[in-house]
Design a protein around this ligand. Sequence first.
Ligand code: CS2
Length: 485
Amino acid sequence: MVTINTTKTLYSPENIEVGIVHIGLGAFHRAHQAVYIEKNLNRNMGGSWGICAVNIRSNYQLVDQLERYGCRYHVVEYRNSQNGHLREINAIREALYAGDDKEVLFERLLSEHTKIVTLTVTEKGYYIALTDKKLRLDDPSIQYDLKHPAQPKTAPGILVEALYRRREIGLAPFTILSCDNIPNNGSLTRQAVCELAAQRSDEFAQWIKDEVAFPSSMVDRIVPAMTDESKKRLQRDFKIEDPNAVLSEAFSQWVIEDNFPLGRPDWENDGVQMVKDVHPFETMKLRLLNGSHSLLAYIGSAANFETIAKTRAVPEFAALVRHYMHVEAAPTLEMPEEVDVPVYIESLMLRFSNDSLHHRLSQVAIDGSQKIPQRWFACTEERLNANKDIFAVALGIAAWILYVSGRNLKGQQHLVDDPLAERLSECHANTDKPQEIVRNILDMSDIFPSILREHDGFYQAVLSAYRMLITQGVMACLTVFESDE
Ligand code: CS2
């Protein structure tokens, strides 16, 4: 029996002005930023911070379906399998699909009411090279945008064109707020936009640097992709017939650098932490939460587990994750003052055990080549420099190397959803020698920085973990981590 609390919309949605354009409408946006805006509108009984949520390349269906329901949907927040909170959400006032024709989107972006553009376009959506942090000008999509600046395909292309047009008509630029899991996501977005703008003129790029604010933010809420099973569960537990409903954990955090020249919602009254410097929060969350997630995803998949909660429930896996956080990651972090490391780590362990989420390892495993560098590499470099072991990360990388072969230890196949999937798979082609496979992968200079590529200790650590993984299996590899559960 599930205990349900309900929060309903208190304002009149039809009176809400759109002040925010969000690019990247998916489950995460619906269960995170849109919930904060809903709280804001409810508390203020309305306002001008409604959202126009946009997809630019995929997921037309969701846009269409949301529009059919007047953009009203529900979020179910599971504290655990017995307690849930049902929220009605009307904060998204408009859903757009801007595929081949971007003019409706530009109309929105050129409105004087649009003060903020938020983004969840995933790591790869910024077209920034992971190693030198420069815009990937040779990427075919960026090349396309350079040739068709008025009908761009990428998020940076859209932002550049919209800023260009706003400047032409003398309208102050909107603030751009990245909500993706990337360190320094504000400066990274600025880098992408300014470099692309510089292809038009240096003077335009300079104007962006001078006039446009790119605050950084840290976002945190575990939101599994919806499946038919989870939709049925929502119907059963909450009696809602809503194809656009999403479920999430109860926990939610949003830390934002307070830099909004055109104004912003009074988010601080809705639980958002408005701060001067987001960096310690971002790195803490990325390395501890996301870093652990990726470990569970790849090592858990090698052992044939399906969800984060089921994997974390195995004491040896819990020991691995605790070791990774306490020993390999946390000591390399400059933690936010108010955060107590052991308390934060145990709160993550608890969140990972939320079995109501059915958070699939395969979801976390997507785009590994784009995710693991910012989750694992900084602490690894620091430990290698100090001649310290990297058992957990080396095993994580070994399991990821196995994962990108498209097979698990039993030889069962799975899809590798990653922009570099083809090249990663080629590293396994024509050889089954561990030393060659590991070398081929670690030589990929668009993933591994030279400091790791050229570090023999790093290669040896990954190779020995990979050998052990494929010859003795996952559980044998986990014996080095001491279990206390
Ligand atoms: C996960 C994140 O899929 C992933 O890579 O690690 O989506 C994670 O659930 C969120 O960042 C939690 O805030």
